[in-house]
Structure formats: structure tokens, C-alpha cells
Ligand binder design. Structure first.
Ligand code: ATP
Length: 372
């Protein structure tokens, strides 16, 4: 088991031969990241943000434009993939069709000329861990997506890697199988305690599996932190809107001062939300920024509520929760409630907002505006 360090890592693809010029040709830009020994780090971001490129550079499958990669303190820039002591479980299963599941799991050890009885011992040790004992004699074509994925991961961990690299290992699975496999991966990682870097575009997967999450956009690291940190204390508007489902409501606002207090106000809306007092040192009357608030921090007031009367624009009943959309100017602000009542559009509710849970973002850069 080893830690991982990425230091000022860059990747630029050579697109000079391409007819159409690509503007943003850095797939990865000045990436600095640490993954501690035994830690599970998720690389999270939208499609094309550079996650796979980063993983492939760590694996040695992609040249590095600039920067350094250390595995367990050793600089591996010039090491062959096979000498990096890594296990790879990538999105496509790429199994050897003529070999049984046993043969597929054993393949890399056979290639390394590990003695036969040692291979057998290790296959039989890993098989129950990945719950594939009953599949060992089967051919890959006979396996379901979830079974193939288990074999895929078994192949990666049988080599006892110092570092396990997984790239969207659940992407071929549908809803239920995906959820079940997520639980299995969590159990497995707890058992083998291997340093793991896990690429995903699914924030739920990252939140449920990872010790820490590195969020990337356009090749640039936006924030790295525990799931709670990136959820409760997002570094910028991108992270705030990427983490959480439904996403944080983020709206342009003008702050007004009234009776010694500051309030967020919104164009073409009567809604007024008190600015948390901790921000009083950074805002002023007429200050323009964006305000963010999570859907679960909007509440429906009772009969005596002093909340703002707001008309419901949309109502969705999702069984254990209900989602209500309220139009604030040109934005549809989402509210989540466990309230059993079935509303319909046009109904009026008293909207209360947990003002202390609001976040402020810079209008231009999207960076968090923090209290002084
Ligand atoms: P996805 O989840 O869709 O796989 P990703 O976050 O893993 O996305 P990458 O595959 O790392 O993103 O791609 C990052 C950027 O680099 C993208 O803009 C992509 O078009 C570009 N890119 C990737 N591979 C190459 C290549 N071989 N040649 C040129 N550009 C590439």
C-alpha cells in the first residue's frame, strides 16, 4: 500500500494536426493532489474535465506534459506501467473471451510466471471477496454486467497493487445493480484497505464511497475535501452546483440594507432573505453577487408563519419526498419537503428560508465570498 502525490501535473494533447483548432487544449492544468496511504480518493467532474487523462498518467498509459507523479514516495514518471505496482479496473471490462473467469483473474499472475499453486491460492482467496466463487468456470459471454465488473475488479486486486485505479467501474450498470455494486466496493475497500483513486462523474457515487473528493472542471482542480466539506463549504459556484441533488439554488441578488439589517433581494420578486450577520463586514447596500441555498434549507411555514407568500410553479411527488418549484424572477427555485400534503401549481405557501445556510458567490468569478 502506498500514498500518491501529483505535483504540478499538466497534460496537453497535440492537436496541431487537427483541422478544427481546439481552444482549451490543456486536458489537465497544474494539478496538485495528495492521496494518503490507504485513502479512497474520488476524482469527480463533468465529462471531458480531465479525470481519465489524470488516471492514465498515474497508470503510465499516457505521457506527462509537465509535472511529477510519486507513488509511495518514488517518482514514477519514467517507470513502465508494469513497474508501478498498480491495479487497474477501467470502464470497459476487456476480458479475454476464450478464457474462463478463473483464467481471466489469473491472467496477469500467469504472465508474471507466478507458480501455479500460488496463483490458485490467490484466485481462491479473492473470489469470495468479490463473490465470484461460483463463476470461476464460466466463460465471460455468460456473465451479467455486474458479474463482469466483479471479475474486472478481482483481476485488478489479485496483483496486490500498492495503488488501485478505478475509472467509472459502475458506468455500464443500471440503477439497482449500480447501487448494489457501490455497496460491494465499499465493503471490499474496507477489507483490503488499498490506496484507491476512483474516477466518476456521479457525485452520489463519490459522496458515498470516498474519504475525500477532488472536484475538477476544465482540467483545473476546484476543491478537494471530505464529502461533508465539499457539500457544506463549497469553494465556488461550480462545486456548489455540482454536489447535491437537486443542486443548490443559485441566484443573482442585490443586497439592500433595512433597519440595521442586510437582505438578499431578487429582480421581479418580493422574496427577501436575511443575510447571515457573519457577512455584514463584506456586504453593503446595493452590493451585487450570487446567493446559493440548498433545496432542503427552504421550508414551508405553518399558519402563523411570517414567511413570504409564494405561488407554487411546479410540484413533484417522489414518494418519500416532494419537490416544489417556486419562480423567483427568471429562476425556478427548488424546495424539498417531507410534508405529506399534495400541492398543485398555483397554491400559495409561506416560504421560509434558513438564512444562516446561504452562501455568497462572486458575480464574475463564481468564487465563494467568505466572511471576514
Ligand atoms: P469522460 O468522463 O467523458 O471520460 P474525462 O473527465 O475523463 O471525461 P478526459 O477523457 O480525460 O476527460 O478528457 C479531457 C480532455 O482531453 C477532453 O477535452 C478530451 O477531448 C481531451 N482528450 C482526451 N484524450 C485525447 C486525445 N487522445 N487527443 C486529444 N484530446 C484528447
Amino acid at each position: 500500500m502506498a500514498g500518491l502525490t501529483l505535483s504540478h501535473l499538466y497534460k496537453r494533447y497535440d492537436n496541431s494536426g487537427k483541422k478544427k483548432k481546439i481552444k482549451n487544449d490543456f486536458a489537465v492544468k497544474d494539478l496538485n493532489l495528495e492521496c494518503a496511504q490507504g485513502e479512497f480518493l474520488a476524482l469527480l467532474g463533468p465529462s471531458g474535465c480531465g479525470k481519465t487523462t489524470t488516471l492514465r498518467m498515474i497508470a503510465g498509459l499516457e505521457d506527462i506534459t509537465d509535472g511529477d507523479i510519486y507513488i509511495g514516495g518514488t517518482r514514477v514518471n519514467d517507470l513502465d506501467p508494469k513497474d508501478r505496482h498498480i491495479g487497474l479496473a477501467f470502464e470497459d471490462y476487456a476480458m479475454y473471451p476464450p478464457l474462463t473467469v478463473y483464467g481471466n483473474i489469473a491472467f496477469n499472475l500467469r504472465a508474471k510466471k507466478v507458480p501455479k499453486d500460488e496463483i490458485d491460492r490467490r484466485v481462491r482467496e479473492i473470489a469470495p471477496l468479490m463473490q465470484v466463487e461460483d463463476l470461476l468456470d464460466k466463460m465471460p459471454v455468460k456473465l451479467s454486467g455486474g458479474q463482469k465488473q466483479r471479475v474486472n475488479i478481482a483481476r485488478a486486486i489479485i496483483r496486490r497493487p500498492e495503488l488501485l485505479l478505478m475509472d467509472e467501474p459502475l458506468s455500464h450498470l443500471d440503477g439497482k445493480a449500480r447501487q448494489a455494486m457501490r455497496v460491494e466496493i465499499k465493503r471490499l475497500i474496507n477489507e483490503i484497505k488499498c490506496t484507491t483513486v476512483y474516477v466518476t462523474h456521479d457525485q452520489l457515487e463519490a459522496m458515498s464511497l470516498a474519504d475525500r473528493i477532488a472536484i475538477i472542471n476544465f482540467g483545473v482542480l476546484q476543491q478537494v475535501g471530505t464529502p461533508a466539506e465539499v457539500y457544506d463549504d463549497p469553494a465556488n459556484e461550480f462545486v456548489a452546483s455540482f454536489i447535491g441533488e437537486p443542486p443548490m439554488n443559485i441566484m443573482e441578488t442585490t443586497i439592500v440594507s433595512q433597519d440595521g439589517h442586510f437582505f438578499f433581494t431578487f429582480e421581479n420578486s418580493d422574496l427577501k432573505i436575511q443575510v447571515p450577520e457573519r457577512y455584514y463586514g463584506v456586504v453593503s447596500d446595493g452590493f451585487r453577487c450570487k446567493m446559493g441555498v440548498r433545496p432542503m434549507d427552504l421550508l414551508i411555514g405553518g399558519p402563523d408563519s411570517k414567511g413570504t407568500p409564494e405561488k407554487i410553479a411546479t410540484f413533484e411527488n417522489l414518494g418519500d419526498e416532494r419537490r416544489i418549484g417556486i419562480r423567483v424572477g427568471s429562476t425556478l427555485m427548488m424546495l424539498i419537503t417531507e410534508d405529506e400534503k399534495r400541492y398543485k401549481s398555483g397554491d400559495v405557501i409561506r416560504l421560509e428560508v434558513r438564512g444562516e445556510k446561504t452562501h455568497l458567490f462572486d458575480l464574475e468569478t463564481g468564487d465563494r465570498i467568505r466572511e471576514k
